[in-house]
Design a protein around this ligand. Structure first.
Ligand SMILES: [Zn+2]
Length: 473
């Protein structure tokens, strides 16, 4: 199976300078191709007969000029060619509706170059260490300091990227795993349908993602370590300090630019902590012997973290819309990295030959795991869940994880459920699935019906998009 890998390169000052220059040249070619296409298409539209289109090719030699762009001759021509051919490939993708039109790239601190085989090689040096050589025979930057912790076979191409003043080498390699042998999700579902209830109970693990408890997987609760929390808190304090400082500085000044770089580094630090957490938790979960099927809620994080809409009364005066509280909640949601965790878990589970599914997320925080009674009143507080019908009490996140597991078991054993492309299990007739209606009807809902209606009405009036679902997070 092909796996992507990204390795950090420790570059010398000279390498940093040259790589940045090469990235600039690659960007110049890309932007010139964009400009050229725009010029030609405008010309064709204005002065040529209908049906004439601008030519699209991967030529770049017209941009090389000893007077206008002498610096291009310092860069290996293969890099320029790769940039032009990447632009051409992107344009073909755009033509077939697979992506947007290639756009000009801005001059920032970031950049990337695409190196094909003639521009790099893995050498075994005299001391027996494998090193990565970058450049051509005449024009090179020598060996790049990398930690090659595995032996990778010869690659066709690789990318060098610059982000936050750090250099990264990324490429694909064959990890020796046969993708044909790994089961697909449909195969897993087929296998699970033939299993007993006890088997499903043992091996299915329901996962609830929250804000207070980032990940509740069955009986286990995962949270950031005290050290991670401390570091995050410190970074956040620094963020506020520097943002305040930057707001007072003159736009375009060097000092402001310095603070800007520092801010982006702090953001990067926080993101790294989040990524580290998600990697570690997903690894622990996938490595557990008994957990073979991972069930997640089908959360729409992007919709859940939208801004609250502005509110106006009849006279056109602005009203309070709870924007500050909502943005705080959004920040807390995004800070946990729900989607990141999901992505990591998915690929790790697939590689380990384990299954993952998603179930509809509606009312998981309000449903009782014992009697399936669903009511907002069940959730007494952030932490406490107390069923109004049967009196079952539990930690709210643990209860939600149980509900998710129960839903998954009922959907897996129900032969009428369907698996969508995104891996969501649902009942085919209603499209929402998961709710066992016969059991719901038996539960004493009548006394709560009115209160429930009222609550629902109130929730509708609220500007929050997910008020019903996420208010008790
Ligand atoms: Zn109950």
């Amino acid at each position: 199976m092909h796996t992507g890998i990204r390795l950090k390169a420790n570059v010398t000052d000279h390498q940093r300078l040259v790589l940045s220059q090469w990235m600039g040249c690659a960007r110049f070619i890309w932007n010139s191709k964009c400009d050229e296409y725009r010029y030609h298409s405008v010309y064709a539209r204005k002065y040529c007969p209908v049906g004439t289109y601008a030519p699209v090719d991967q030529q770049y030699s017209q941009f090389k000029n000893d007077e206008l762009s002498p610096w291009l001759s310092d860069c290996p021509s293969q890099i320029l060619r790769n940039s032009a051919s990447n632009w051409f490939d992107t344009f073909q993708d755009f033509k077939h509706g697979r992506c947007g039109k290639p756009r000009r790239k801005k001059k920032t601190g970031n950049g990337s170059i695409h190196l094909t085989r003639e521009l790099f090689r893995f050498d075994i040096c005299a001391d027996g260490v494998r090193r990565l050589f970058i450049g051509t025979k005449r024009n090179n930057i020598g060996y790049l300091s990398l930690k090659l912790h595995k032996s990778f076979e010869e690659k066709a191409s690789l990318y060098i990227k610059k982000r936050h003043d750090e250099f990264w080498v990324s490429f694909c390699y064959d990890d020796g795993l046969d993708d044909g042998e790994l089961l697909s999700q449909a195969d897993h579902l087929k296998y699970l349908r033939g299993q007993t209830e006890a088997f499903l109970q043992k091996h299915i693990i329901g996962m609830d993602r929250g804000v207070k408890r980032p990940i509740q997987a069955g009986e286990q609760c995962f949270d950031f370590s005290p050290e991670q929390k401390r570091n995050m808190e410190r970074s956040r304090r620094n963020l506020l300090r520097y943002q305040k400082k930057m707001s007072r500085q003159v736009k375009g000044s060097n000092r402001r630019q310095k603070i800007k770089v520092r801010l982006s580094n702090i953001h990067n630090d926080i993101a790294n902590i989040r990524k580290d957490f998600c990697h570690k938790v997903s690894r622990v979960l996938v490595d557990q012997k008994d957990s073979r099927v991972f069930i997640l809620e089908d959360l729409k994080t992007r919709q859940m973290t939208k801004r609250s809409k502005a509110k106006k009364d009849d006279s056109g005066r602005w009203l309070k819309n709870g924007g500050k509280a909502k943005s705080g909640l959004n920040k807390a949601i995004l800070n946990v990295g729900w989607h990141l965790f999901e992505e990591f878990l998915k690929y790790k589970a697939h590689r380990a030959g384990k299954a993952w599914f998603k179930v509809p997320a509606h009312h998981t925080s309000q449903e009782c795991a014992v009697c399936a009674h669903t009511h907002p009143g069940n959730r007494k507080s952030q932490e406490i869940f107390l069923c109004e019908s049967c009196g079952h009490t539990d930690n709210a996140d643990h209860n939600a994880a149980e509900v998710i597991k129960k839903r998954a078991i009922s959907l897996v054993s129900n032969s009428g459920s369907e698996l969508s492309k995104r891996g969501v299990l649902s009942l085919s007739d209603t499209g929402r699935g998961a709710t066992d209606k016969s059991r719901r009807a038996k539960s004493p809902r009548a006394p709560c019906e009115e209160a429930s209606k009222k609550k629902r009405k109130r929730a509708k009036d609220l500007p929050l998009d997910f008020s019903l679902e996420a208010s008790p997070l």
